[in-house]
Design a protein around this ligand. Structure first.
Ligand code: SAJ
Length: 406
């Protein structure tokens, strides 16, 4: 039986996928509300393909609890935030999960940490907790690290098909973990040591952050040169060895905007490029704000309450608002006199910010300048409603001529 600890964005799909592939699974979360919802057959967040996966899992062997259960295989998928000041990782959620698991874990149990951690965290923070427990209890427990790789918006598909990395202290443990993941994962599984697994994960997200930063820097250069950055990138990408990502209003989410800081925090004297990339991506919401100002001036618009931001989530078709560029933009506005911007996002039902709308038509009626911050499918299906609006498209999604770009 497999006990998945932490039923968030990664833990829940993983638990459901394991159950759907005939593993007996217990999903544990300390938040009673999450467990109650799942017990009541209600999903706790929206994600493509999750409803069907949930149904399949429920027809097999899965149950939900607020505490860990006795077994020999655990997967920890709790968050690993970073300290905004020191840029160092905060492993406390993983450690608390570990401490709750150890007393009930069976002899020779394997505990897999899937949460992203900075290189060295397993040895520096996590292993000592296990070792202390082992010396006090006389039990033997094995650690492994199998960082998740799935992309929000396509998690279910990627869980099935992505290649994975498993870091373990020895081959026997590695093979045991591999066997469990092979029950659903069709991708290649690389076995390595724990520290290499930690490093590869952080490197993958840092690679993407740097590539996006390059695109964002190009957007700034092209703005200065009065050129269309998307046209430049489209043509440059025709070269067989060039693949520039897309500029945008900033980099959000809990992964790409966070993981590079783990490297900067650990190796500040060696991470100049990584640090600069983070700075560039973090500067984009302010860049959008400046762009809004320029466009307003051009159209003799003076009232910020006639400006609407479409999209609050960190990217399209997800309901996750963590580190969202729109929220960053609103935060940076606190330092300006301008206020009253209107905001709407079809994926965000709860009241999150001031002047937030919950109906597209009502929102559009109240704005003259529309800033497309997120490319949800909803707006793509409703472009015809934008007739007559001034549009700033930060995502290069608007198909017609005449809109402003970054
Ligand atoms: N973005 C751009 N331009 C692009 C691509 C993305 O501005 O060309 C922005 C997005 O709008 C978003 C942010 O970057 O605000 C991050 O979005 P994303 O779709 O690139 O990635 P995440 O954060 O949703 O998921 C990433 C993935 N990592 C990589 O692609 C290397 C995913 O595979 C990881 O599992 C996930 O991080 C994680 O959990 O670490």
């Amino acid at each position: 039986m497999i006990n998945v600890i932490g039923l968030g964005y990664i833990g829940l799909p993983t638990a459901l996928m394991l159950a759907a592939h005939d593993n007996e699974v217990v999903g544990t979360d300390i938040k009673k509300e999450i467990v109650d919802n799942l017990k009541g057959k209600k999903l706790t967040f929206e994600e493509q393909g999750m409803e069907e996966l949930f149904k399949t899992a429920l027809s097999k062997k899965i149950r939900f609890e607020t505490a860990p259960v006795a077994t020999d295989f655990y997967i920890i998928t709790t968050p690993t935030p970073y300290d905004a000041k020191t840029k160092k990782i905060d492993c406390s959620y993983v450690i608390n999960a570990l401490k709750s698991v150890l007393p009930v874990a069976l002899e020779h149990a394997v505990i897999v940490v899937e949460s992203t951690v900075s290189p060295g965290s397993m040895d520096n923070f996590i292993r000592p907790v296990v070792e202390e427990y082992m010396s006090n209890s006389g039990k033997t427990i094995h650690l492994a690290h199998a960082p998740e790789r799935i992309i929000p918006g396509n998690m279910v598909h990627e869980l099935l098909t992505n290649a994975r990395t498993i870091g373990a202290d020895d081959e026997t443990v590695g093979e045991k973990v591999k066997q469990i993941y092979t029950s659903f994962c069709q991708g290649e599984i690389s076995l390595t040591d724990i520290k290499t697994a930690e490093m590869t994960k952080v490197v993958e997200n840092t690679f993407r952050d740097i590539n996006i930063a390059f695109a964002n820097e190009l957007a700034k250069i092209c703005r200065e040169a009065n050129m269309n950055v998307h046209e430049v990138i489209r043509i440059a990408n025709k070269h067989p060895r060039v693949n520039i990502l897309s500029p945008g209003p900033g980099v959000g989410g809990h992964c790409i905007s966070v993981d590079p800081w783990f490297l900067v925090g650990e190796y500040p004297y060696l991470t100049k490029l990584i640090y600069q990339a983070r700075q560039i991506n973090d500067s984009m919401p302010e860049f959008v704000l400046r762009r809004i100002g320029e466009i307003m001036e051009k159209h003799d618009l003076h009232d910020f309450s006639r400006v609407g931001l479409y999209g609050l989530t960190y990217k399209e078709n997800v309901d996750d608002i963590r580190e969202s560029p729109t929220l960053q933009l609103l935060e940076s506005m606190k330092n300006h006199l301008a206020t009253g911007l209107k905001v709407y996002d079809p994926m965000v039902k709860r009241e999150l910010v001031q002047n937030q709308y919950h109906d597209l038509d009502a929102f559009l009626k109240d704005v003259d300048l529309l800033v497309l911050m997120v490319g949800h499918d909803e707006i793509k299906k409703n472009f015809s409603k934008l007739n007559g609006k001034i549009i700033l498209d930060t995502r290069n999604i608007f198909p017609l001529e005449g809109c402003y770009t970054l």
